[in-house]
Design a protein around this ligand. Structure first.
Ligand code: AMP
Ligand code: ZN
Ligand code: ZN
Length: 406
């Protein structure tokens, strides 16, 4: 009798340990520009389901500048943009001597622009198979820096195709099947820019993206993998309404100076010609209204955006809703009736995104406050049972409480 009891106890210990060791599938989904409060509109049944049965943060704090590429790369590297190199969607890289632009496939695939180590690199080195159905930084020309399976970005690729592609990877023989998969969908960002955050177009895109979650869940159920998959849904930043009234003509302020302006909208970078730096700064300072101007060295600590030589010498940041423009932009804006943008200070709540997660490793029905997107990299390392990259800004301790004990 006692022997039987001991054997039973041993069996229980072994099985508990096996569950504790089990590595599940992990799908990381990004809904571009899905603002922190969009799930409160009552039109997202699938996110509501996750809220009830998984975990949910009241907002996901992005890094500054609150743009697509810097933040997607922060999510996968656990680094602030000043440390991972993708400091903007468009920037001049003194190392390559070239402009980086997200529409330029050569620049986007050039490994020299990416100083961080993405989670798929860390995972791959530790024998974990990874895949990406689109993610900024997933298409580098060096194969050891890419996920094992990846797709080259194609903006108009049907969303249903993306889901089918991911499910196809999960149909591969077990030893070829990825344990980490990323996915990306742009709709809320695209329509948010074009029509503004309260437009019917944005409402429709919120519903459309939410419905994709249901489709993915059904696909996982058909494969019998639903119970062994963690699904994490995030966004890179939020969105704020802009208009053609709250505009700042920077070219006019700097009309008597020699410089090069990069980017426009919520943030603008100025490269002064020789000996023009202080004159440019003084002019911008004298007109400083509805924006802030900084020398790189005086950018406030909380923005974590000064410790890299790639960051331009002068930065201008607009107040929420305001736009820093060149003469050319102003012509374009004059025709605009509605619109949205992002890139502003990451403490501005409407720049925050979403975080929802469900699966065997997550708590159920658990809601927390704001969490930071740089902490997702160490969270993924934990889910993949790998040693995280030690040289990151993210901290597992700040996000650990979302997980069940394992
Ligand atoms: P943003 O200007 O910050 O709103 O950038 C959003 C845009 O980034 C989207 O409309 C996409 O066209 C583009 N984008 C997103 N992911 C990728 C990618 N992996 N490669 C190239 N472009 C991308
Ligand atoms: Zn974005
Ligand atoms: Zn955008």
């Amino acid at each position: 009798m006692i022997r039987k009891k001991i054997i039973l106890l041993l069996l229980i210990i072994v099985s508990v340990n096996l569950t504790a060791q089990q590595k599940f599938y992990n799908i990381l989904i990004s809904f571009d520009g899905f603002r922190w409060d969009y799930p409160n509109r009552g039109i997202t049944p699938n996110l509501d389901f996750i809220k009830q049965h998984g975990v949910h943060a009241s907002s996901l704090k992005p890094c500054f500048p609150t743009k697509t590429f810097p933040n997607h790369y922060s999510i996968v590297t656990g680094l602030y943009p000043q440390n991972h190199g993708i400091i903007a969607n468009n920037f001049f890289n003194p190392v390559t001597g070239k402009m980086y632009r997200i529409g330029d496939t050569v620049a986007v695939r050039d490994p020299r622009n990416y100083i961080g180590e993405a989670i798929w690199e860390t995972a791959k080195r530790q024998g974990v198979i990874t895949a990406s159905y689109f993610w900024p930084g997933s298409e580098l020309t060096l194969d050891y820096r890419r996920p094992d399976y990846y797709e080259k970005y194609e903006h108009n690729r049907a969303y249903s195709k993306r889901i089918e592609g991911v499910l196809d990877w999960l149909k591969l023989p077990y030893n070829q099947r990825p344990k980490l998969i990323t996915m990306y969908f742009d709709a809320t960002d695209t329509y948010g820019h074009q029509f503004g955050t309260n437009s019917p177009e944005v409402t429709r895109s919120i519903m459309q993206l939410d419905s994709l979650i249901g489709k993915l869940f059904n696909g996982l159920k058909d494969l019998n993998l639903y119970d062994s998959t963690n699904v994490i849904i995030v966004s890179d930043h939020g969105m704020a309404d802009v208009d053609n009234v709250r505009i700042i003509n920077v070219e006019k302020i700097l009309s008597n100076t020699k410089q090069r302006i990069v980017d426009s909208g919520p943030v603008m970078y100025v490269f002064p010609d020789d000996n023009e730096k202080s004159k440019i700064y003084d002019l911008l300072k004298a007109s400083e209204k509805n924006y802030k101007v900084y020398y790189r060295e005086e950018i406030p600590e909380y923005l974590n955006f000064s410790k890299s030589f790639i960051i331009p010498p002068i930065l201008i940041v607009a107040e929420p809703g305001w736009s820093l423009l060149t003469e050319k932009d102003i012509k374009r804006y004059s025709k605009m009736t509605t619109g949205g943008n992002h890139g502003y200070d990451n403490n501005f709540i409407d720049m925050h995104g979403i975080f929802f997660a469900i699966g065997p490793d997550f708590k159920t029905g658990y809601t927390c406050g704001t969490i930071q997107n740089i902490d997702i990299n160490p969270l993924l390392a934990k889910l993949l049972h790998i040693i995280p990259n030690q040289k990151i800004d993210g901290k597992f301790e700040r996000i650990e409480f979302l997980l069940r004990d394992f």
